[in-house]
Design a protein around this ligand. Structure first.
Ligand code: 0X9
Ligand code: ZN
Length: 301
């Protein structure tokens, strides 16, 4: 990120939007060309869950393509759109998967409430009880289906919506840019799915057909690159229902029309332990999908 900023200072800016629980900087890269202010924009994040290593890698791959690969096919999406890319929403969890537990999902905050303090001896001995599932901590139908109020659960929602510095920083930043943002894309793994809100209910969002149409075009382009098959639909239909997730919040609270959760490769052969040989192919095909979505947004206006 810093390298791209120094090599292309006219179009790349690295913004620090806050600090994680353990004090790591939360960084967003802005890619923008020309002098026009307030162009329509796309947000992409990854690494909300520590163990999903392919997501930060793909976010970085997309960033690098936008900055360095200005071929014909990429020119309009760079000139007509601003891009905000945050490769690692959960740097503490990501670090923890490198040094202690490869399958860690949550953040690493230390929950503190009265009941927790009473049981501190127990919690301290159970290291699973640290952290919050950052994809259950958003302030939209928080704490309903598919989330847990048990700090030791991998799906712990936190004490209240936006209790975590990571979700607070990202949501504040997005709200500030909400008028510009036309799409919110959050990269996760794994399953090869392009997920449409809502996650918290089986009811369809009012403009479901619009989201489905653009999402289908995206996965068609994606599959043309290496033949990788994605399914598209809502989380309750294809996976399971959840609440307090970022895609629902982006749509329901921030009012960003095209909100998607992308579950990257694979379908379970390697799961979170996706071999390094698949990093670039996954980046390439995902970029193709995102580029098609971006072009649809430009033509839609
Ligand atoms: O459970 C999640 O947070 C996501 N799956 S993952 O395996 N990466 O953890 C799916 C979230 C999909 N969106 C909603 N259900 N709202
Ligand atoms: Zn995830």
């Amino acid at each position: 990120m810093e390298h791209l900023m120094s090599s292309a200072p006219h179009m790349v800016d690295v913004l620090t939007i806050g600090k994680s629980s353990e004090g790591r900087p939360l960084k967003v890269v802005k890619v923008s060309t020309g002098k026009e202010m307030g162009k329509p924009a796309i947000w992409i994040d990854g690494g909300m869950h520590g163990r999903e290593w392919i997501a930060p890698a793909v976010a970085l791959y997309i960033l690098k393509q936008l900055v360095e690969n200005q071929l014909n096919s990429n020119i309009s999406i760079i000139q007509k759109l601003d891009w905000y890319i945050m490769p690692v929403v959960n740097p503490d969890g990501y670090e923890y998967t490198h040094v202690t537990d490869r399958f860690w999902r949550k953040s690493r905050s230390k929950t503190q409430d009265a009941e927790f303090e009473e049981n501190r001896m127990f919690w301290d001995s159970a290291r699973e009880c640290a952290g919050v599932d950052l994809n259950r901590n958003w302030d939209f139908h928080w704490g309903e289906v598919g989330s847990s109020d048990n700090p030791c659960s991998p799906n712990y929602s936190g004490l209240r919506p936006f209790s975590e510095p990571e979700t607070r920083a990202v949501s504040d930043f997005i709200l500030d840019k909400r008028d510009q943002l036309k799409a919110y894309i959050t990269l996760h793994s794994y399953s090869q799915m392009w997920l449409i809100p809502w996650g918290f209910t089986k009811q369809k969002v009012a403009d479901y057909e619009d989201l489905l149409y653009l999402g289908k075009k995206a996965i068609e382009s994606l599959s043309k690159v290496h033949g990788t098959k994605y399914t598209i639909g809502t989380s309750p239909a294809l996976l399971y229902p959840t609440s307090g997730s970022s895609d629902d919040w982006a749509k329901g609270k921030a009012g960003i029309q095209y909100s998607y959760t992308v579950e990257l490769r694979d379908r379970g052969t390697y799961g979170f332990l996706l071999p390094a040989t698949q990093i670039v192919p996954t980046g390439r095909e995902t970029f193709a999908g995102v580029r098609t979505l971006a072009k649809s947004l430009i033509n839609n206006r």
